[in-house]
Design a protein around this ligand. Structure first.
Ligand code: SF4
Ligand code: SF4
Length: 355
C-alpha cells in the first residue's frame, strides 16, 4: 500500500509536518550524501509563491542535519534557458539564506545519461543529483499550463541544466508527449522522499500565476505517483486522466488508483479550484512561446576574437566538453552544446556572445 501524508501546517510551524514526514517515511541518512531539491522556477520573491517556500527548505535542512549526514547539497536548475541566473534565483527567493551554506550551483557539473530515443539519445543531468545517496524533492502545490498541475514528478524536470528543458519541450511537440518526457526525466533518478509545500498553493494560470490559494498543508510521500494523484484529486481532477500519471503507472513507478493509497490525514477537494485556462495547451498552443523556445534552444556561444585572450577557461568549464581551442579561439560543437552559457558567465574578457 502506498501512503501520502496530509498534515496541517503554517510556514512558522512546518517543522512539525517535516518531523512527521520523516517518521512515516524513514530515511537512512547517517553518513550519506543528501541532496535537497526545491522547486526554483526562476528569480522571484518568496511572496509570489512560485517557488518552494524558504521556511520549508530550512525545516527540512535542520531535520536532515540532526540525522548526521556526511554531506548536504541544496540545488536546482531554474529557468528553461539558465542564463546564469541560478544564484540570483536562490538569492531573490530567500532560498539562498534558507540553504544555510549548503547551496551549490548544480548546473556546473553534468553527467551524460542515456535517454528515450524517441526524444533525445542522451541528456546531461546534474552530477550532484546522480551522486546523491538520498535525494529529497520539495515540490510546490501549483497548476501548470502544459501539464495541468506541477508536483512531485514535474519537480524532477529541474535535474536538467541549461536549455535542454526548452529543447525537450520543443522536441515533444504536443502536451501529451511532453507529459511522457517529464516521466522519462523523472525516471533518470527517482527521489527517495517528497515533501510538498501546500501551505500557500497556486491555482489558475500556473506555474507563475498571481492566483494564490491558502491551503495550509504540507504533503509527504515516498512515491511520486501517489502524491501527484492526491494533489490532482485536491484540485478536482481525475488523476486517471492525466497522461503523465498514466505513463508513470505504465512504467511501474506507482499507482494513482485511490484504493492503493492510504491517506495519513484528511483528503479534501478544494472548492472551486481554478485550473489552467487552456488545460495543457497554454505553451505548445501559443505560437509566440513555441517560437521563443525554438529560437532560444538553438542559440550557441561564439567567442569574439578581438576580446578573447585564449585563456582556455571556457573550455575547461564547459560541463559537456562542447568547446575546443582551434588556434587561439574556442569553437563550439553545436550538437553537443546544451546552451547552459556557463562559458559566457565564466569568461573574464566578456568575449563570449550568443549567436
Ligand atoms: S574564457 Fe573567454 S578569453 Fe578565455 S578562451 Fe574562453 S572566450 Fe577566450
Ligand atoms: S559551449 Fe558553453 S553554452 Fe555550450 S554547453 Fe559548453 S559551456 Fe554551456
Amino acid at each position: 500500500m502506498q501512503r501520502v501524508m496530509i498534515h496541517k501546517a503554517t510556514y512558522k510551524d512546518c517543522r512539525k509536518a517535516v518531523d512527521r514526514a520523516f517518521d512515516l517515511f524513514p530515511q537512512e541518512i547517517a553518513g550519506k550524501k543528501v541532496v535537497i531539491k526545491p522547486n526554483v522556477l526562476r528569480t522571484s520573491t518568496a511572496a509570489e509563491h512560485i517557488v518552494t517556500n524558504p521556511m520549508i527548505l530550512r525545516a527540512v535542512i535542520e531535520k536532515v542535519e540532526e540525522m548526521s549526514p556526511a554531506e548536504i547539497v541544496v540545488g536546482d536548475n531554474p529557468g528553461l534557458f539558465n542564463y546564469g541566473d541560478n544564484e540570483n534565483s536562490f538569492i531573490s527567493t530567500g532560498l539562498m539564506e534558507a540553504a544555510k551554506g549548503y547551496y551549490k550551483n548544480i548546473g556546473n557539473t553534468i553527467r551524460q545519461c542515456a535517454f528515450h530515443p524517441d526524444f533525445l539519445p542522451e541528456v546531461g543531468v546534474s552530477q550532484e543529483i546522480m551522486d546523491a545517496d538520498i535525494l529529497i524533492s520539495l515540490p510546490k502545490f501549483k497548476t501548470h499550463g502544459l501539464t495541468v498541475m506541477t508536483g512531485a514528478i514535474k519537480n524532477s524536470y529541474g535535474i536538467l541544466p541549461g536549455a535542454q528543458k526548452a529543447r525537450l519541450h520543443q522536441i515533444a511537440g504536443s502536451p501529451a508527449r511532453f507529459h511522457e518526457v517529464i516521466v522519462e526525466v523523472f525516471r533518470l533518478r527517482v527521489p527517495d522522499l517528497f515533501i510538498m509545500d501546500a501551505v500557500v498553493g497556486m491555482e489558475g494560470n500556473g506555474p507563475a500565476s498571481p492566483d494564490l490559494r491558502q491551503i495550509g498543508l504540507v504533503l509527504a510521500a515516498d512515491n511520486a505517483v501517489a502524491m501527484d494523484a492526491v494533489v490532482a484529486t485536491m484540485m478536482g481532477l481525475d488523476p486517471a486522466r492525466l497522461r503523465f500519471l498514466q505513463k508513470a503507472k505504465e512504467e511501474g513507478l506507482g499507482d494513482f488508483d485511490p484504493d492503493t493509497i492510504e491517506i495519513d490525514g484528511e483528503l479534501q477537494v478544494l472548492a472551486d479550484f481554478k485550473l489552467p485556462p487552456l488545460g495543457g495547451e497554454a505553451i505548445t498552443g501559443n505560437p509566440a512561446i513555441s517560437n521563443l523556445m525554438s529560437v532560444r534552444s538553438r542559440v550557441r556561444p561564439q567567442a569574439d576574437p578581438e576580446r578573447c585572450t585564449a585563456c582556455g577557461s571556457c573550455v575547461d568549464h564547459c560541463p559537456v566538453s562542447a568547446l575546443f581551442m582551434q588556434g587561439d579561439i574556442p569553437q563550439v560543437e553545436a550538437d553537443t552544446c546544451i546552451a547552459c552559457f556557463c562559458c559566457q558567465e565564466i569568461c573574464p574578457e566578456k568575449a563570449m556572445s550568443l549567436k
